[in-house]
Design a protein around this ligand. Structure first.
Ligand code: DC
Length: 218
């Protein structure tokens, strides 16, 4: 078995960028598990499958082929051979993915995919339930957190850079809404694992967070 570093936390805490940077620096692979829920959501939008159609949603997850490709610091996500790196981050996906990820039967299927994908690898795995449910035996568990306002501020700036037109208030409300769904869902809600170390990123730079985690990894 390889070594797993589990990184969980709410949207906007910096999991994506930190995990990628950490993995690069310590020579591990990196696995963004949210991309799986995003690929299912994208496919649902494209094929007009709604949230109540659980059988079809599970079928999408069973049949989809998701491949992560690394090119230096950049990482791309391919869904059935198509580069969907950008498409899975767009607003239409953002607006349904939290709800999609509450579906128990879908989570069971995604669990299988996640466990399959890490086999034998030294890997940083980031998500919401990695330390609590997916890899409860991971040696290192980090819970990345930051204040809601700081997370909204980061997302708002990212959106501006990408040319996405939203206000700070809208961004904050969307995050608040996603936090609520992620933390209160019945199956595998977002919470800190008992043996996870909390790293609050509110006042830290990316480099400082990565260094802090490297200290914890030892
Ligand atoms: O990390 P992200 O924003 O790409 O995740 C998108 C959604 O997927 C998020 O709202 C919750 C869900 N998710 C999850 O439930 N479990 C995971 N391990 C990863 C993501």
């Amino acid at each position: 078995m390889g070594n797993i570093i589990a990184i969980d936390g709410p949207a906007g805490a910096g999991k994506g960028v930190i995990s990628k940077r950490l993995a690069n620096e310590i020579g591990f692979d990196n696995f963004d598990t949210g991309a799986l829920y995003r690929c299912v959501s994208l496919q649902m939008l494209r094929t007009n499958i709604n949230l109540n159609n659980i059988d079809e949603i599970v079928k999408i997850a069973k049949e989809m082929n998701v491949v992560f490709k690394k090119d230096g610091e950049d990482e791309s996500v391919f869904l059935d051979g198509e580069d969907v790196t950008k498409a899975i981050r767009e607003d239409n996906v953002n607006s349904i993915v939290s709800e999609v990820s509450t579906i128990k039967e879908l989570r069971e299927q995604i669990l299988i995919i996640q466990r399959e994908l890490v086999k034998g690898k030294n890997i940083v795995v980031e998500g919401r339930d990695i330390g609590t449910c997916v890899f409860p035996n991971a040696k290192i568990k980090i819970y990345l957190d930051a204040s809601l306002e700081e997370r909204a501020n980061r997302r708002y700036k990212e959106n501006l850079e990408k040319g996405i037109n939203t206000t700070y208030e809208e961004t904050l409300e969307l995050l608040r809404h996603r936090d609520k769904i992620d933390m209160t869902r019945e199956v595998a809600p977002l919470r800190k694992a008992d043996d996870a170390v909390v790293v609050d990123t509110t006042e830290l730079t990316i480099d400082e967070v990565v260094d802090r985690i490297k200290e914890i990894v030892g």
